[in-house]
Design a protein around this ligand. Structure first.
Ligand code: NAD
Length: 259
């Protein structure tokens, strides 16, 4: 039985075939979903159109989440194509690479604002636009987080603050929308070798450290993260909202690494 048969979903945040959003889109397609994919700007367009073809998806739209007009236009266009939307995957983030190193106190006001607007507040804006389109059946909204939002990890800096605020947003949005049967959750992934992942100084050290010290002694694969995402966007998790679900080989439960 296909878990997303008859469901329509929006997947935001594909940059290339390594993107977490791409892994989730692929798995959602395998589970029978009808998809719309978005890309940030022209630079990504050709690549996403090409990737979309491999999963029979022609519903591919531009959306720079820094622009509220882009978010509004996205939903307006979708409403002309679909009668409802069942799930949304928000798998995007941005911060100035130069500030993903060194001291957190050197964060600039402009990058604080930009990082939080793109990586955090966009979830709230997207949710606000989507909610009426999800009713009366309800739906599921999923975002991506990282352990750096609840504990410190080297050089994650302002992105850690953005993830912390993102996880808090998930809790508040889940309370706002629970009465409409709209669920909002985050998936906290272990480190992945993606464009965004490599923007953090010392990414290799972080990758190896969590690989070595996770109970499963490895980082999750893109397939493992994507399968857990399917749980959260499908009816399998119909009783779950406001949660932050770790898919990190168990790394988050350890306090002192074994020798
Ligand atoms: P990625 O680089 O493949 O994806 C990041 C996406 O964000 C890109 O597609 C980019 O175009 C998009 N984006 C940035 N600014 C945007 C804007 N203004 N408008 C629209 N899109 C914009 O990297 P990824 O690792 O797949 O990242 C996806 C999510 O997963 C992010 O939220 C990231 O923080 C999170 N995450 C990543 C890791 C990791 O180790 N890679 C771990 C945990 C969580």
């Amino acid at each position: 039985m296909k878990l997303l048969k008859g469901k329509k979903g929006l997947v935001m945040g594909i940059a290339n075939e390594r993107s977490i959003a791409w892994g989730i889109a692929n798995e959602a397609y395998n589970q029978g979903a009808d998809l719309c994919l978005t890309y940030q700007n022209e630079i990504f367009k050709e690549r996403i159109l090409k990737l979309g073809k491999t999963i029979n998806c022609n519903n591919i739209l531009e959306c720079d989440v820094e622009k509220i007009t882009d978010i509004k236009n996205l939903f307006q266009t979708l409403k002309t194509r679909w009668d409802k939307i069942d799930f949304i995957v928000h798998a995007l983030a941005f911060s100035n690479k130069d500030e993903l190193k060194g001291n957190f106190y050197d964060t600039s006001k402009s990058n604080f604002r930009k990082t939080l607007l793109i990586s955090t507040f966009s979830l709230t804006e997207i949710t606000k636009e989507a909610q009426d389109f999800m009713s009366p059946d309800g739906g599921s909204i999923l975002t991506l987080s990282y352990i750096g939002g609840i504990r410190t990890t080297p050089n994650y800096n302002i992105m850690g603050v953005a993830k912390s605020a993102l996880e808090a947003s998930v809790r508040y949005l889940s309370v706002d929308l629970g009465k409409k049967n709209i669920r909002v959750n985050s998936l906290s992934s272990g480190p992945m070798r993606t464009l965004a992942g490599s923007a953090i100084t010392g990414a290799r050290h972080i990758f190896r450290h969590s690989e070595k010290n996770s109970p499963l002694e490895r980082n999750p694969s893109l397939m493992e993260v994507s399968k857990s995402a399917i749980y959260l966007i499908s009816d399998l998790s119909s009783g779950v909202t406001g949660e932050n679900h770790f898919v990190d080989g168990g790394y988050n439960i350890t306090a002192i690494p074994k020798e």
